[in-house]
Design a protein around this ligand. Structure first.
Ligand code: NDP
Length: 478
């Protein structure tokens, strides 16, 4: 862990093993931080907030953030290999997203550091009569941020929280997922190397129940930033309300992909490869519920099955492999249970149902037809290489079925008819609706959920508001 400028073990001396999902072997152990460690880290973050960091100008904050981005790139291959060893994902994705998109996002947010502004306000109050006032707003850092991140994009999710926090002048204590702490630990070392004052970003490794809960409940944390399951997100939200902490929650999804008769069938490769199987399906906005209009339904089933069968399964260290291991033995068991549950509830599997032989936490991809809304695979997050295909005739039925979920993170519409697209985009209850593509976030495009997929938006200008307080200033003119 890094607290202030010190690399520390846990106060209690406990450690957690870290595994390589492709082999099941232990590759590292990290401190199992708890209440005492979190308290130390929050104190370091508070001291940094009141110290050198607060007196640094926006352009100096920007300069150090740009240096962090440079160091992410300069150490990119090490970070990518580390991520793939720890998370299991394709090294190609580690290079592209964990390293490339993280460096880009740090630079994007560095740009905002010098553009934070309030506004001048004309006000009507006039007490005593005739008095004039000059009023304006200031945007100020919200304070100490407690960031809790998941295992599916470990380095990238850490940067999604740290970059806007730094742009706004906040300080951070981050707790990475227990399965995938390694790149976050390395990132915080790089922050110090870049010249970020000590204590501005601290990392406490450990479990959610211990370190995560301690961070959530800590009285001196001003804001919580969380990505993960809806279940844990609700717990964090409740705690935040108890303390009136600011909170942003990016939670689960069950994204629909609605395919109309006039879609371009050549795009089904993208729909499967990027829409569903990106990161082996371990993505919150994966398109796990396909609704295909009657005219293309058979073709969609046939082509998506062909594409899926052609995806090579294996270790992420070989970039040719597109289905990589699940992150942990526990998650492998969860995804396998979801597939077994689908079969038990009467859905028809289109692909090989035999377990994948060999070491590592692999699961064969699966597609289900003959599904209905009451099946668990239609309502619950599988978070693996599994999706369903449902036929529809009337577009109104497709809209109703697409919205028939507690989630609302992402969705897509596949059609070459501009009228169809424009008619149905507003009808979908989701934070992002893609058209003729799926699963592509961008640093400048707000990202977040409707319904139980979360609260708040990350990315873009709107991400800054999560890390800023608005202060109104009212000056009576003499
Ligand atoms: P969790 O929501 O449990 O974990 C996300 C983060 O929250 C981790 O850092 C975790 O720590 C931490 N955490 C867990 N419990 C608490 C707590 N009580 N207080 C504070 N922090 C806590 O997700 P899982 O890893 O268990 O995955 C379960 C399911 O969640 C997946 O199958 C998937 O459906 C969904 N998920 C969604 C993600 C998304 O991007 N929206 C990302 C990951 C998962 P630790 O890991 O150490 O326990």
């Amino acid at each position: 862990m890094t607290i202030g400028k010190h690399r520390l073990g846990a106060a209690g001396g406990k450690t957690l093993d870290v595994f390589n999902p492709a082999t099941g072997e232990i590759i590292a152990s990290v401190p199992r931080g708890g209440v005492e460690d979190v308290d130390k880290a929050v104190k370091a973050a508070r001291a940094a907030l009141n110290g050198e960091w607060s007196s640094m100008s926006p352009v100096d904050r920007q300069r150090v953030m740009l240096k962090i981005a440079d160091l992410i790139e300069a150490n990119g291959e090490e970070l990518a290999q580390l991520e793939t060893l720890n998370n299991g994902k394709s090294v190609m994705l580690s290079r592209l997203i964990e390293v490339g998109a993280s460096a880009d996002y740090m630079r994007y947010m560095a740009g905002w550091a010098t553009k934070i502004e309030g506004s001048t306000i004309d006000i009507s109050v006039s007490v005593p009569p005739g008095t004039k006032y000059n009023a304006y707003t200031r945007k100020e850092p919200v304070g100490v941020v407690g960031a809790i991140t998941p295992w599916n994009f470990p380095l990238n999710m850490a940067v999604w929280k740290i970059a806007p926090a730094l742009a706004c002048g906040c300080t951070v204590v981050i707790k990475p997922a227990e399965e995938t702490p390694l790149t976050t630990v390395r990132l915080v070392e790089l922050c110090l190397e870049a010249g970020l004052p000590e204590g501005v970003v601290n990392v406490v490794t450990g479990t959610g129940e211990e370190a995560g809960a301690a961070l959530t409940a800590h009285p001196d944390v001003d804001k919580l930033a969380f990505t993960g399951s809806t279940e844990v997100g609700k717990r964090i939200g409740i705690q935040a309300m108890r303390d009136m902490k600011r909170v942003t929650l990016e939670l689960g999804g069950k994204a629909p992909m609605i395919m109309f008769d006039d879609m371009d069938l050549d795009q089904l490769g993208i729909a499967a490869g990027v829409g569903v199987f990106f990161n082996s399906g371990q993505t919150c906005c994966a398109g796990t519920r396909v609704y295909a209009q009657k005219g293309v339904y058979e073709k969609v089933c046939e082509i998506m099955a062909q594409v899926t069968q052609s995806l090579p399964i294996g270790s992420g260290l070989d970039p040719a492999n597109q289905i990589n291991p699940m992150v942990s033995a526990k998650h492998q068991a969860h995804v396998s249970a979801c597939i077994a549950g689908g079969i038990a509830q009467g859905a028809t599997p289109l692909l090989d149902t035999s377990p994948y032989a060999g070491a590592g936490y692999f699961v064969r991809p699966q597609i289900f037809t003959n599904v209905n809304r009451d099946m668990a695979i239609m309502q619950e997050e599988v978070f693996g290489p599994v999706f369903t295909i449902t036929p529809f005739e009337d577009p109104e039925d497709a809209v109703r079925m697409a919205n028939d979920t507690k989630y609302g993170l992402g969705a897509s519409i596949w059609s070459t008819n501009i009228n169809t697209v424009n008619r149905y985009v507003p009808r979908i209850k989701a934070g992002t609706v893609w058209v003729n593509t799926h699963n592509l976030p961008d640093q400048n495009m707000p990202f977040g959920g409707y319904k139980q997929s979360g609260i708040g938006r990350e990315h873009g200008r709107s991400a800054l508001d999560n890390y800023l307080e608005t202060k109104s200033v009212c000056i009576a003119l003499g």
